[in-house]
Design a protein. Structure first.
Length: 312
């Protein structure tokens, strides 16, 4: 059973996890820390935390589960700091949007005898803006919570792509943990999966490389399209006084993600460069095809494909 959770990073996701845990009936203690004391205090006032830690390393030592809810490069940095000080009966997990580098660091630093277990995770939920004040107790309800467990952990397909909502009554906790993980850490992994499901999320196990390939298409591509479109509009018509009057729902929906912070997407671009480059190149080719067929039946074919994707 998980009794003590430490949330390292009390922004949108970390604070939302704290709120959702309480709403789901979690009765253990929840401590938190943020490099911005104001953000941590906001999370405390909202009821996402019981206490704000003064020393994040000491708070991590005292926790059963440490949740890293910080940007990806900061997650990798904290993994280096935490690995030597945590014990084999502890679990670390994260909410990072890319997984190959985090999973590789987990295999190097954790998931071996004498070390804490690490379960890489990525809830497919969020908002274009962050901060504890925007946290939502229902943020994960109906969302997919992706996990990229160590190779060799059972319960996934050959490529780790099988849907596996966790049913505590029917799983052997040890089957979900990397080889060499302590019995206690194996139980924590099973309990954390159970807690994620209680937050209203659906659990899906993926191979880390497959994860990064897929999210490049379904998450990163929409972000960079919106960023490019918003930046283009700013350059071309951003000072037009009538823009807000004539820019309707389509403009608002297509540029909503353009408000996302560079600080988060810098880390995503740096840790999933190859996959993002590939999808952007594919989009460039598709846009060129559209431009070349504005007055041919090829344009109709593209609309038919797009409609079919939306129907399915």
């Amino acid at each position: 059973m998980i009794d003590r959770v430490f949330i390292l990073g009390t922004g949108l996701l970390g604070t939302s996890v704290g709120l959702a845990l309480r709403a789901a009936g979690f009765r253990g203690s929840i401590a938190g820390w943020n490099r911005s004391p104001e953000q941590a205090q906001t999370a405390l006032r909202m009821g996402a935390l019981d206490t704000v830690a003064s020393d994040p390393l000491e708070a991590a030592r005292m926790a059963d589960v440490v949740l890293l809810a910080v940007p990806i490069l900061a997650t990798l940095d904290w993994m280096e700091k935490l690995a030597p000080i945590l014990g084999p009966d502890q679990l670390v997990t994260d909410v990072g949007s890319t997984k190959r580098e985090i999973a590789a660091a987990a295999s190097r630093l954790f998931n071996q005898p004498g070390r804490a277990a690490f379960l890489p995770g990525h809830p497919m939920a969020g908002k274009e803006k962050g901060g504890a004040s925007l946290a939502d107790v229902n943020l994960f309800r109906g969302a997919m919570w992706l996990l990229t467990p160590a190779q060799g952990a059972k319960g996934t397909g050959a490529m780790g792509t099988g849907f596996s909502p966790y049913d505590k009554s029917s799983e052997n906790p040890g089957a979900l943990a990397p080889e060499g993980t302590s019995r206690r850490a194996s139980e924590l992994i099973a309990d954390w999966r159970h807690l994620v499901a209680r937050l209203g999320a659906k659990v899906l196990d993926l191979d880390p490389a497959r994860h990064d390939e897929l999210v490049a298409w379904v998450s990163h591509l929409p972000q960079f399209v919106s960023t490019a479109m918003s930046a283009l509009l700013e350059d071309q018509v951003g000072n037009a006084p009538e823009l807000k009057d004539i820019g309707g729902r389509a403009l608002r929906e297509m540029t909503r993600l353009g408000a996302s912070p560079y600080s988060m997407w810098r880390d995503i671009a740096m840790t999933n460069t190859e996959a993002i480059d590939a999808v952007l190149h594919a989009l460039e080719q598709r846009l060129a095809h559209l431009r070349e067929n504005l007055r041919t039946p090829g344009l109709r074919d593209e609309f038919e494909r797009a409609n079919r994707f939306r129907r399915e």
